[in-house]
Design a protein around this ligand. Structure first.
Ligand SMILES: Nc1ncnc2c1ncn2[C@@H]1O[C@H](COP(=O)(O)OP(=O)(O)OP(=O)(O)O)[C@@H](O)[C@H]1O
Length: 260
């Protein structure tokens, strides 16, 4: 089943076509990776899907609903969550408070409920705390719950961003370079985490530079160069595509495969 359908999507900044006439189908239950050289348009594409940018052209449909140009708080309410390359946490808040902030989108009690501490408000608070704790346990950082977010190791901060995104109860989670700056070993841990996210029923979109991670995780890969699709398909199809090898994988690919 197609969860997200993108057609003819474009984003122009002045004269620059950052994303240019892109089509993409993300199937439910799969990991779809978007790869390409620096500046290829990967993050811009994610920003268009999650509503951080308004497209210049084209459409985005999510669960058969037109979400083109919707604001991020509406796309997240529909079930699309996005993490960022550089973690953007509330630095002075605790890890738990950060993850709880992801629950705002699922909260219905009003300011009056909060002031009066109505039963509805207390029920919701309990549910939000349970859900945030679930997300912390799922991402294996529950022990850090009371630590200040800016003081925990980088790897933990990255897990906090993922926990925050999971706390919004997404159906589609867009991960923008989750392993950037991590060691080989930490990257392995993130690959495991991404697999378990998919096993829990959340579909994943992944922008990642580490080819070994992409090739081992992705069911489907879209390759962008200068904003345009140059290939798409299974890891096997993409890694042998001459245009991809030339545009992006190049020497790195051969090194990795031990063929060059
Ligand atoms: N807000 C913006 N205003 C102007 N130009 C932008 C903006 N955001 C991105 N761009 C440009 O759009 C192009 C695509 O950028 P984008 O960040 O999407 O690429 P990317 O594939 O994610 O790159 P990287 O792998 O380096 O993160 C780049 O040339 C970039 O400079």
């Amino acid at each position: 089943m197609t969860l997200l359908e993108v057609r003819g999507l474009g984003k122009h900044f002045a004269g620059l076509h950052a994303v240019d006439d892109v089509d993409l189908d993300i199937s439910a239950g799969e990991i779809t990776a978007i790869i390409g050289p620096n500046g290829a348009g990967k993050s811009t594409l994610f920003n268009l899907l999650a509503g951080f940018y308004r497209p210049t052209s084209g459409t985005v449909r999510f669960k058969d609903r037109d979400v083109t140009g919707m604001s991020p708080h509406r796309t997240v309410a529909h079930g699309i969550a996005r993490t960022f390359q550089t973690t953007n946490l509330f630095e002075d808040a605790t890890v738990l408070e950060n993850v709880l902030s992801g629950r705002i989108v699922r909260s219905h009690s009003t300011v009056f409920d909060a002031v009066l501490r109505s039963p509805r408000h207390r029920r919701e608070e309990r549910r939000n705390l349970d859900r945030a704790m679930d997300a912390l346990e799922f991402t294996a950082i529950a022990d850090y719950r009371d630590e200040i977010a800016s003081r925990v190791p980088q790897e933990v901060q990255k897990r906090v961003s993922i926990a925050l995104a999971l706390a919004t109860d997404p159906e589609l989670l867009l991960l923008d370079e989750p392993a950037a700056g991590l060691t080989e070993e930490e990257t392995g841990g993130f690959a495991q985490l991404i697999r378990s996210i998919v096993a829990s029923g959340v579909t994943v979109g992944l922008v990642e530079h580490r080819m070994s991670m992409v090739m081992s995780l992705a069911d489907h890969i879209l390759v962008l160069d200068h904003g345009k699709e140059i290939a798409s398909g299974t890891p096997e199809t993409v890694r042998t595509d001459p245009q991809v090898i030339e545009a992006y994988l190049g020497a790195g690919h051969h090194e990795q495969e031990g063929t060059g």
